[in-house]
Design a protein around this ligand. Structure first.
Ligand SMILES: [Zn+2]
Length: 80
């Protein structure tokens, strides 16, 4: 086995490791997304929401603001 083979084998191993890591992280991300959806639903149903309407200056130079509405307790917005 020459040096080039060693380098190629190293790259193959590295590629496999990264591929496996991405699969693991994707699984973790999917589980976290499911947990977030579940918790959001519970909070949305149980919080005694007190809605606050606020303006955010997105492009102050154009005097454009975006109006947002969020709960001062749970921080959910009315689109959540
Ligand atoms: Zn709330």
């Amino acid at each position: 086995m020459n040096c080039k083979d060693n380098n190629t084998n190293f790259l193959i191993q590295m590629r496999c490791d990264i591929e496996r890591e991405i699969m693991t992280l994707t699984n973790i991300l999917n589980k976290k997304n499911d947990q977030l959806k579940f918790l959001t639903k519970i909070v949305k149903q149980n919080c005694n929401h007190e809605w606050i309407v606020d303006n955010i200056d997105i492009y102050p130079e154009f005097a454009e603001d975006l109006q947002i509405k969020y709960c001062k307790h749970c921080l959910l917005n009315d689109n959540t």
